[in-house]
Design a binder for this molecule. Structure first.
Ligand code: C6P
Length: 412
C-alpha cells in the first residue's frame, strides 16, 4: 500500500501555513474540529456565487439547482457509509443533534417505565445526557458498560448489562478520550439477540477508517461533518428505513409536512419528516465535497497513516518519564486520539505551554466526565491526529512537553 503524501496534503489546508505565537502551527486538535481543505471551501463558494437558493421550495432554476445539489449530497453520504438508500440519511446540525433526534423521537415513542437503556462509561456527554434525561422522565433504568484497565469496552459486562428489558443500546464507535475502537459489530449482534435497537455514535470514527452501517448492522448511526473536513453546523443521522418510517417527527415547521389543515397535519415521508425548516444547505454541499476529498485520498490509506503515526506517538510519549497514557497500548485497537497526563502538571498548564510553541491540543474532561471519574482523574491533555500530521509534529509535541516539564519542575 502507498504512503500518504503528508507534505502535499498540508498544502490543501491553507490554515496550517500560519505561525501561532511566533511558531509554526502544529494542529493536534482534529478530534475537536478538523481543518477544511480548499476543495471544500471552493465548492461552498461556487454554491454561494452561482446556485444559492432554498431547497424543495422554488420551481425556479436556482431553486432546482440548489435542491439537486442538496439531494446529491445526501446520496453521496449514503454511498459513503453504505446505507441502502438516501432515504435513510437525515441532515442534522451535528452529531449532538442526531443523537437528540433519536432520543426525542424513537426514545419518546418506545421507552417506557421499567425499560432499560444501555450506554458505556466512555460515552461523550452528547450520547449520555439525552438518555439520562429520557430515563429520568420515563422512569427507565440507565445501565453503564464498564471498561477494562487499558480502556477497552468490557464485552462480558456488555453481555451482562443487555437483557430482555433493554430497549436501546447507545454506544460510541470510537472514544473521544481513549481513541479505543469498540467492537461495534459484535456489540450490535449481541444487542440484536435481545431485540434491542442500537444507536452508534460515530463522531470519532467516520473519516478515519471505512464505515459501512449496513455491514455493521447499526440501527442508527450519528456523526458530524466538522470532524471530517466539512463545515460546522452539519451532521448526519443514518437510520434503518423501517425504524425511521415508524418514528414521529421531533420538530415541526416548513417542509416536513404532507398536508396541513386548521385542525391538524400529516407528515412528509422519511427523511423530510425530520428536516423541518431551512437546512444548512451550503454545509451539506460542503460535506459532499469533504467526502470527495476523503475518497480521493482513500480511507484505507488514511487509516494506515493514522495508525502508524499513533504507534509512533504512543512510543515517544511513553518514553517521557512520569507520563500516563490512557487507552489501549496497541495502535491497531485505536485511532489517533491520545490522552495523557504528566505527573504534577495540570493539563491546562501543559496545553498553555504547548500553545506558546504553536502546538494546539485540547485539555480538560473532553465532555466525558463519567469516564474521567472511572480513569480516576479530572482531566487530561489530548493530542488528536489527522491526515495532515507527520512524525515531525509528534517530535515537536514531545520536545515541547519535555521543555514544559523542566519549566514546571522549577516551581516544585
Ligand atoms: N467531541 C471533542 O473534542 P458535535 O459537537 O455535535 O459535533 O459532536 C459531539 C460528539 C459526540 N460524540 C463524540 C464521540 C464526540 O467526540 C463529539 C464531539 C469533540 O471530543 C467536541 S466536545
Amino acid at each position: 500500500m502507498d504512503k500518504l503524501n503528508v507534505k502535499k496534503i498540508k498544502t490543501d489546508f491553507p490554515i496550517l501555513k500560519q505561525k501561532v505565537n511566533g511558531e509554526q502551527l502544529v494542529y493536534l486538535d482534529s478530534a475537536a474540529t478538523s481543518q477544511m481543505p480548499v476543495s471544500v471551501e471552493e465548492k461552498i463558494k461556487n454554491f454561494t456565487e452561482i446556485n444559492r437558493a432554498n431547497v424543495h421550495r422554488g420551481v425556479h432554476t436556482l431553486g432546482l439547482r440548489a435542491t439537486n445539489l442538496y439531494e446529491e449530497s445526501r446520496q453521496k453520504v449514503a454511498d459513503f457509509i453504505g446505507a441502502s438508500s438516501a432515504e435513510e440519511v437525515i441532515f442534522t446540525s451535528g452529531c449532538t443533534d442526531s443523537l437528540n433526534l433519536v432520543a426525542a423521537s424513537f426514545g419518546e415513542q418506545n421507552i417506557q417505565a421499567g425499560d432499560e437503556i444501555v450506554v458505556s462509561i466512555m460515552e461523550h456527554h452528547s450520547n449520555l445526557l439525552p438518555w439520562q434525561q429520557l430515563a429520568k422522565k420515563k422512569k427507565a433504568q440507565l445501565n453503564f458498560i464498564e471498561i477494562s484497565k487499558d480502556g477497552r469496552l468490557d464485552l462480558n459486562d456488555l453481555k451482562n448489562k443487555i437483557s430482555s428489558k433493554t430497549k436501546l443500546v447507545a454506544l460510541t464507535h470510537v472514544s473521544n478520550v481513549l481513541g479505543t475502537i469498540n467492537p461495534i459489530k459484535e456489540a450490535i449482534a449481541l444487542a440484536h439477540e435481545k431485540d434491542a435497537v442500537v444507536l452508534v455514535d460515530g463522531a470519532q470514527a467516520v473519516g478515519h477508517f471505512p464505515v459501512n452501517v449496513t455491514n455493521l448492522g447499526a440501527d442508527f448511526y450519528a456523526f458530524s461533518g466538522h470532524k471530517m473536513f466539512a463545515p460546522t453546523g452539519i451532521g448526519i443521522l443514518y437510520g434503518k428505513k423501517e425504524l425511521l418510517d415508524k418514528m414521529p417527527p421531533y420538530r415541526f415547521g416548513g417542509e416536513m409536512i404532507a398536508n396541513v389543515t386548521r385542525e391538524g397535519a400529516t407528515w412528509a415521508e422519511t427523511p423530510q419528516k425530520f428536516e423541518a425548516g431551512t437546512p444548512n444547505i451550503s454545509a451539506a454541499i460542503g460535506l459532499a465535497a469533504a467526502i470527495d476529498y476523503l475518497n480521493s485520498i482513500d480511507l484505507k490509506l488514511i487509516q494506515k497513516h493514522e495508525t502508524e503515526l499513533t504507534a509512533y506517538a504512543l512510543e515517544k510519549l511513553s518514553n517521557i518519564s512520569d507520563s500516563t497514557i490512557y487507552g489501549p497500548k496497541e495502535s491497531y485497537e485505536r485511532t489517533g486520539v491520545i490522552s495523557f497526563n504528566l505527573k504534577n502538571i495540570h493539563p491546562h498548564d501543559l496545553a498553555t505551554a504547548l500553545d506558546l510553541n504553536g502546538i494546539e491540543v485540547r485539555a480538560g474532561h473532553h465532555c466525558a466526565q463519567p469516564l474521567m471519574e472511572s480513569l480516576q482523574t479530572e482531566s487530561t491533555v489530548r493530542a488528536s491526529l489527522s491526515i495532515y500530521n507527520s512524525k515531525d509534529d509528534i517530535d515537536k509535541l514531545v520536545s515541547s512537553l519535555q521543555e514544559a516539564k523542566e519549566f514546571f519542575s522549577e516551581f516544585r
